[in-house]
Design a protein around this ligand. Sequence first.
Ligand SMILES: [Zn+2]
Length: 730
Amino acid sequence: MDNKQQNNGNSQNQEPRTQNDSTQSNNTPRERRPNPHRQNRTEGQGQNSNRPNPNANRKPNPNPNRKPNPNKDVNGNVQDKEAPNGNRKPNPNQNRNRNNNQNRNNTNSDKRPNNNNRPNNNRNNNKPNNNKSGGNKNRNKRRNITTVNDTMREYLEINDRVKEATMNPWKNIDMASKGKIRFTPLGGLGEIGGNMAVLETETTAIIIDVGMSFPDETMHGVDILVPDFSYLHTLKKEKDVYVIITHGHEDHIGAMPYLFKELQFPIYATPLALAMIENKFNEHGLSQYVKNFNYVTMRKQHQIGDMKIEWMHNTHSIIDACSLAIETPAGTIIHTADFKVDHTPVDNYTMDLRRFAHYGEKGVLCLFSDSTNSHNPGATRSEKVVGKTFDTLFELAKGRILMSTFSSNVHRIVQAMERGVRYGRKICVIGRSMERNIETNRALGFVDIEDKHFIEVHEVPKYADHEVLIVTTGSQGETMAALNRMATDEHRHIKLKPSDTVIISASAIPGNEASVSSLLNKLMKAGCTVRYREFADIHVSGHAGQEEQKLILRLIQPKFFLPVHGEYNHIAKHARTAVECGVDERNILLMGDGDQIELTPKYLKKVKTVKSGKTYIDNQNNMTIENDVVLDRQKLAEDGIINVVAQISQSNQKVVGKPVISTHGIVPDKDDKKFQKEIEVLLETMLLNMKPEALKNHKDIENDIRAVVRKHVVRTKKRYPLIIPTIFIV
Ligand SMILES: [Zn+2]
C-alpha cells in the first residue's frame, strides 16, 4: 500500500543547469540547421539546379510548434482518428521555399510570407558564411553560411519523414482489424487502492488485480473494503474468465480470498505474488484453490483465452512487480500497473524498458498507466537512497534501533537488515505480516541474510541495546500493530526505553495521518528518538513521478491513453502529461469505476456503466457487513436513537399506563425527563386525532409515530435520529 509521498526532495532530482544548457536555450540545435532559403539568395545558382527533387511534392511539414500527432488535423471526436496522410499534404509554402532554390533571382523573396514556424527557415542562422561573392551589402554581412545543395536538402527531408514516422509508431496498428475489446475498471479509480479491472474480448475476460482498500471514518466497524463482484458473476456465465495479477500489494491482491469465496478462476502471476495469495488463502481456509495457480515467466507471451499476455519486469516498492503487455484482437495493450523507474534498484534488476520499447516500436493501441504520483514533478528517487539514510541513522543510534515500514517493502527491510549486520546488531522481526513476508521472501531467495543474524523476540534482553535491531510493523499507526502496542506499553516482550531510536520509514497513506500522528505522540512521550520525516530520504515512493510517466508515454507512444490508479485529480493530471507527450487529447478518456469502455483500432468510447461499489469487511471474523448495518451505524453515530414502547387501548384510543421512551445521543441525561414528556404529549395528541380503523394495523401506527417524532426532533434538535416505535394494542 505504499502510496503517495511528499516529493520534498525534488530539487535533488533536477539536474543543475549547466552553462551548456543556457547557451542552448538561446541557440538551439534546430537553429543551426542549414537554411536553404538563405543559401538560395547568397550561393551560386548552378549547383545541382538540373537535378529533379524526387520529393518535391511530398515535403513533410517540420513545423516545431505542431504536435506530431496527425489526428490534430482530422475532424470528428473520439471516433476514427486514423488519417494516414493528415500531415502528408504538400505544404505550398514549403514547396515554394524549397523550389525557390532554383530561382536565385527572386528579388521578392524577402517579401514572401515568412513561415517563421518552419525550422528550415532558421537552418544555419549562425553558421559561418564562406560565400564571398554575395550580390548586395546585406549578403556580404552574412558570412560563412554553409553550402546547402539539393542532395543535402533531400536528406534533410528524408530524415524529417523518418522522425515523423518515429513519433507515431501506433500507425503500424492494423486499421482493418475488426477486433473489439472492452475495459471496465471495478476499483482503483476515484480512489487510491482497491485496484481491479476487467479486459474483455468476445470470448475471454481477464480480471486485472483484485485489490482491497481502506474505509473512511464514517464506515464504523469496517476494517477493509473489497470491490463489488456482481459484474464478475454475469461474466462467468458468458466468457472464459481468468485472474491476472501484477504484484503482491494488498491493494492488488487483498480481495482475492473474498472473490474466491464467491467465484473461482485460474490465476496467473509471478511466484512471489502467488506465494502471498497462498498465505491469504491459507488464512481464510481456501488452500484447496492453490490448484488454480499458474506461474508465469517474464519476457514470455502466455496464451490466455484469445489474448497473449507478457509480464514485463518493473521497479516498485515490492519485489517481482510487473507491467503487462496484452495482445488482443483489437491490438496491443500495455498496462504499467504500479511502477516507478528505478535505474539503481536494490537488487539491480531494473525495469525492463527494452521490452516497453519493443512493443512501442510495433505499435500500441492503448496505454494504461499508474497515476498515483502524477502531481509530482521530476522523478521519484531510487530505493537505494533510503539505504544511505539508514547508514547515517545507524551511525547516530546508541541504543536499540526499531525500524518500521510497510511489511511488503522487502528491499527496504533488507537494506535495514544489512546495516544491522554491518553494525553488529542481531535482527528481531516482530509483527505477523512482517514475519510472514520475510519468511516467504527468504524461502523464495529474495532475502539473503543468514539465520545466525536473526533472534527471537524473547532473546532480545540477552543482548546489549547497541546489538539489537527490531524490524516491526505499524508504520501507519495501526492500533493492533506491534509498534503501537510497544508505544502503549502493551507488548508482551518489548518495553520502550528512552535510549531507543525508532525509524519510521514510511509516509502516512491518505486517511492514516491522524493515527500516525498519535503514534508519534506516544513514542515521543516514551522518550524515544523518533526518526520520521526530518530526513528527506527516510522514505521514497514506489510510484512514478511525471518524468517517469513521460518516459513510458514516449517509449510506448500509444494511440489511446487511459490513466488508471488514482482519484479524478490524479488521472486528470496524468492526462495533461500525456497530451504534452503527443497523445491526442481526444484519444484520452478519464474513467470512473463501473465505466465500460469499448476500444477498437478506430475509436475509444464509453458504452455503458456496470454495477460497481464496495463490500464492507469486518477483519475480526473475515465477514461481510451488510450496507444497512453500516448505514444504521452512521445514523447512530451522527444522530442518535429514540425508542418508543407503548401499549394502546383499542377501545378508547389512549396510551395504557406510561409509555417507555429512551434516547441515546440526542439529549443529555439531565434533560431526559423533559424530552420524554414532550414525546408523550405528541403521542396522545396523535392518537386522539386518529381514525379508529387505523388502530387495526401495527405497521401504520408505528409509521405514524415515527413521522411525528421525527418532525418534532428535526424542529427542536435539527437531527435525524433512528426512531424505533414498538406498539402493543390491547
Ligand atoms: Zn503496488
